[in-house]
Design a protein around this ligand. Structure first.
Ligand code: HPA
Length: 241
């Protein structure tokens, strides 16, 4: 079996399924492989980023961490899409709400991803390109959210370069424009998918509210995480039907 070695992934050429789920955290990747996939095996461990491939309801699916922030998800999604033949990447992560109706433990499906990052300038559109989710993935994820009876929102999100911003009023502009929540990866993923002609979606659970200051306990995060996982996995299975 031919191995492909990039600066960031060292795996067999067909190591990954058509769909890769990407949590930020490598330990989450391991947890998902161990608890949701059958016959999961470690296919990449460069920098401990932990990529696994197994099956879910008979469909070959992979899970690999993205790390935090647009540069890291930019690297991994580029290599998965353009070198390892992956067609669909679903980010599964946490987010901070900036909308009073978006409560902790809710799920947010990122229809569009605004950003304060310069990542998009490489495409020659001076950062004005609107990064959006792939409609087939989003449509299926909404259907799966309905089936599971999840409390979910679909809308615009903000992919930010900063978790700790020195600008304490920065969120107001995004709030005025109806942006639901803040995370740190989706916009780069959506742009890479657009450039590669592939599919991407961010499914997020709200871990904290920047409106009310409310935070989730570890146990609550685990429960809403499980719901997000089921949405993502069932979406992956439905895509291959
Ligand atoms: N900002 C950015 N990313 C996040 C947050 C936040 O408040 N909460 C969870 N991920």
């Amino acid at each position: 079996m031919a191995m492909i070695t990039t600066p960031h992934i060292n795996a067999e050429e067909n190591a990954f399924g058509k769909t890769v789920l990407m949590p930020g955290d490598p330990l989450r990747s391991k947890f998902i492989a161990e608890n949701f996939l059958q016959d999961a095996r470690l296919v990449n461990n460069v920098r401990g980023i932990q990529g696994y491939t197994g099956t879910y309801k008979g469909t070959k699916i992979s899970v690999m961490a993205s790390g935090m922030g647009m540069p890291t998800i930019g690297i991994y999604s580029y290599e998965l899409f353009n070198i390892f033949g992956v067609d669909n990447i679903m980010r599964i992560g946490s987010t901070g709400s900036i909308n009073p109706d978006v409560k902790v433990r809710d799920i947010v499906i990122g229809m569009g991803a605004c950003t304060n990052s310069n990542y998009g300038s490489q495409f020659g559109l001076a950062g004005t390109f609107a990064p959006i989710a792939s409609y087939p993935l989003m449509k299926e994820a909404i259907a799966q959210s309905e089936t599971l009876g999840a409390r979910y929102h679909v809308g615009n999100i903000l992919s930010s370069d900063t978790f700790y911003s020195d600008n304490k009023t920065a969120n107001e502009g995004w709030q005025k424009m109806g942006v639901l929540c803040i995370e740190m990866e989706a916009a780069a993923l959506y742009m890479n998918a657009a450039r590669a002609g592939k599919n991407a979606l961010a499914i997020l659970t709200v871990s904290d509210s920047l409106v009310t200051g409310e935070e989730t306990t570890a146990e609550e995060r685990q429960n809403s995480f499980t719901q997000m996982m089921e949405i993502a996995l069932n979406t992956a299975v439905a895509l291959e039907k």
